[in-house]
Design a protein around this ligand. Structure first.
Ligand code: TA6
Length: 308
């Protein structure tokens, strides 16, 4: 694994050629490439990478609130999507397994690199809005794990204080696609969703194939298959060929978002303006309900995006 770190980002490349780039601002994954250098994440040409605002693209980390919660006493003072994506995280280190020798233990036999990032109530880089409006003692560990076929991002949110807090967690992944009009989203049929375009109406995903032909902003709560522990997978196919499989661990919701023309027009950092044709947000999260974290306890959640 080749590895480089400067004061703004961490870059890691596997011996097989895959790479990942993580900005310390927001611990935002801003690039994930396969062995041929093909970029898997969408990043706006006008994305701010200087820490002045949340990154438009890649995988912003949403914590402790998804959207805004004006009637929620603990988080009503926070900006949209909370403060994790606008704080400067610390790089805690990396662990790799790259040669077959190392892999004797793991059956995968694949080179892997894991990058760990931390943010806590005591972090110098914590967005001041957190101290002012969310005065809980917390610690976040965010891990980014790359192997030749997948990228996993996981978060552990620990309550280091004496009083419990409630939080929401989401990984706001901007997947790159070639042409959104040729994309189909599979695995959500019959799933309930709250439609944020249609003023929060609760609906059931019935139209199959699920394609995107306009502004789409839906919070899904996919049903768990009878007796099956893990969450149902969501597959993104393009021109009939499966491209990404998104699996979730302890994240019961999936947000599907595409801003389409007007919303893209309205975002200053969304460039090019027709870039919505090249992206689809599939966002695993725990956002349908508040996750209570008791003193000393932790909430853990993860997503894995597998290249198909
Ligand atoms: O994830 C969907 C969403 O909540 C949309 O409603 C839209 O607001 C999007 O997030 C982007 O939010 P941002 O604060 O990054 O502009």
């Amino acid at each position: 694994v080749t590895f480089s770190e400067d004061n703004s980002r961490v870059v890691a490349e596997l011996p097989t050629g895959e790479s990942v780039q993580v900005l310390l601002h927001g611990a935002t994954v801003i690039s994930w490439k396969d062995a041929s250098g093909d970029e898997k994440l969408w990043l706006s040409d006008a994305a701010k990478l200087d820490g002045s605002k949340a990154v438009r693209g890649g995988i912003p980390v949403v914590f402790p609130v998804f959207g805004t919660a004006p009637t929620h006493p603990q988080t009503k003072g926070l900006p949209q999507h909370g403060f994790a994506r606008t704080s400067r995280w610390e790089f805690l280190g990396k662990s790799t397994s790259e040669s077959a020798a190392d892999d004797k233990a793991s059956a995968s036999n694949e080179p892997t690199v894991k990058l760990d990032f931390g943010l806590s109530s005591g972090s110098p880089g914590l967005d001041p809005v957190a101290r002012a409006h969310w005065p809980f003692r917390f610690n976040l560990i965010y891990s980014v794990t790359l192997n030749p076929s997948s990228l996993t991002t996981s978060i552990v949110a620990t309550n280091d204080g004496a009083e419990s807090f409630e939080c929401q967690v989401l990984m706001h992944t901007y997947l790159r696609v070639n042409d959104i009009t040729k994309v189909e989203i599979q695995g959500l049929s019959n799933a309930f969703y709250t439609d944020k375009v249609d003023a929060g109406a609760v609906k059931t995903q019935t139209s199959t194939p699920f394609t995107i032909a306009g502004e789409t902003d839906r919070v899904y709560t996919p049903a768990k298959e009878e007796g099956v522990e893990e969450e149902a997978a969501v597959t993104v196919a393009e021109q009939g060929r499966p491209k990404y499989r998104v699996t979730r661990d302890n994240l019961s919701n999936v947000v599907v978002w595409n801003p389409w023309t007007d919303k893209a027009q309205g975002m200053a950092d969304f460039e090019p303006k027709d870039g919505f044709r090249k992206m689809l947000c599939v966002e695993p999260g725990a956002v349908g309900a508040w996750q209570a974290v008791e003193a000393g306890d932790a909430f853990e959640g993860a997503q894995t995006i597998t290249l198909l």
